[in-house]
Design a protein around this ligand. Structure first.
Ligand code: SAH
Length: 397
């Protein structure tokens, strides 16, 4: 029985009709009944017609997360099970076709399960419950994952700020089965990587860049590569394998760079002249510019500069700054591989930022290959924010 209704303001129905999965507090005219956080509510348009069904959370700016637009669909354990089964089935072919044992199994809103992320690393699963909705169905979700995947253990990494915005306490730790080792070894396109699922970024590894790491290999043979924001050296391993002459890895995290060195050694690239520099990319790019040091290839894979819509202007300045600096460091005809993983920065905006940087740098810049997130991170058409990772391979003259 659904006893509560959320009634939309007149003129604010479009996004719900277009099946966007979020309803912000500002779109709501009133709430009937007294739903507790995590309860199922029906969403009505201003004429009291059913529009959608979702899960309510008074503490979040995203007041309702929508799960269905069909009045006959209930939100219960069974719905979560169906959605999780669908997510796993949708990745089967992708996984079988590649030499990989680590991938995103469940991609939140884009897989119809708002706020739930599940990444698989070998025999282990790492989960993030990022919404009150996901939190409420925790037991059913974990049971279903055990049934579907049969993992050795499930580890939780819900230690993120997004949880606080939902009124939830950030937490991390083992939630089912055995506790994973401190470093899990994974295989990605015949390379191996050590992944720290307990303390690493996100769930431990940037799985979303897998296909891009493969794509950039064609630009690096014999080249000197600046791998800025290197983390645990995933781009570096691919580049070394593809014959890059020397790779300069830069990251502020010493721990990440130590793991990068180990990953390079593990893949047989321990005896090279590569550099692992603990430094701020903004500063080191300026220092290289002053020293007039030029590179054949620069990879820029910064963290999310815009955490939300309100941060877009500041983020845009940051993206412009590093890209302008990077363009200036590239030899004529060299390559810039540049990314933004901010959901709030659209691909169009990112391209515009690069345009501004190229004009200010007085360099002629051609996009030669657009890049996106891997196929295990689907983009839901009704939720354009799910296209969060965009990148371009550019030739810089
Ligand atoms: N390219 C990596 C992922 C990069 S994630 C991969 O494929 O695995 C972003 C990285 O930027 C993190 O490792 C973080 O430690 C680092 N970082 C954040 N701000 C930085 C800064 N100002 N200078 C250098 N590194 C920074």
């Amino acid at each position: 029985m659904i006893t509560s209704q959320v009634i939309l303001k007149k003129g604010r129905e479009k996004s719900v009709e277009n099946r966007h999965p979020w309803i912000f507090s500002g779109a709501i005219s009133r709430v009937e009944g007294d739903p507790a956080d995590g309860d199922v509510v029906d969403v009505w348009n201003h004429r009291a017609r059913f529009a959608a069904r979702g899960i309510y959370n008074e503490k979040s700016q995203i007041r309702v997360r929508l799960f269905t637009w069909n009045p006959n669909d209930m939100i219960d354990d069974e719905l979560w099970r169906r959605r999780l089964r669908r997510a796993v089935a949708g990745r089967q072919a992708l996984i079988e076709a590649q030499d990989i044992d680590a991938f995103r199994l469940v991609h939140a809103e884009a897989d119809g399960v708002p706020g739930l992320i599940v990444d698989q690393y070998g025999t282990w699963l790492v989960v993030q419950f990022l919404s009150m909705a996901a939190e409420r169905y925790r037991t059913a979700i974990l049971d279903t994952l055990v049934d579907l995947v049969g993992p050795q253990g499930i580890y939780e990494r819900s230690d993120v700020e997004a949880r606080e915005q939902e009124g939830l306490v950030p937490i991390a730790g083992p939630v089912w089965g055995e506790v994973p080792p401190d470093l899990i070894e994974i295989i990605e396109n015949s390379h191996t990587f050590l992944v720290d699922v307990k303390l690493g970024h996100k769930t431990g590894f940037y799985l979303d860049q897998r296909e891009n790491r493969q794509k950039i290999t064609k630009y690096v043979a014999g080249k000197e590569v600046l791998n800025a924001f290197a983390y645990t050296g995933a781009f570096a391993v691919y580049a070394a394998h593809a014959g890059a002459r020397r790779i300069i890895n830069v990251d502020t995290s010493e721990v990440a760079l130590q793991l990068a060195e180990r990953n390079m050694r593990r893949n047989g690239f321990g005896e090279r002249e590569d550099v692992f520099a603990v430094a701020n990319v903004f500063e080191i790019l300026r220092a290289y510019q002053e020293a007039q040091w030029k590179f054949d290839v620069v990879v820029l894979d910064p963290p999310k500069f815009a955490q939300r819509k309100g941060h877009v202007d500041k983020a845009a300045r940051g993206y412009k700054d590093i890209n302008l600096l990077a363009m200036n460091l590239i030899k004529r005809g060299g390559i810039l591989i540049t990314f933004s993983c901010s959901g709030a920065v659209s691909r169009e905006l990112f391209q515009k930022i690069l345009f501004g940087a190229s004009v200010d740098a007085s360099r002629t810049v051609q996009i030669i290959e657009p890049l996106s997130q891997g196929a295990d991170h689907p983009i839901l058409l009704t939720y354009p924010e799910s296209e969060y990772l965009k990148g371009f391979v550019c030739r810089v003259w």
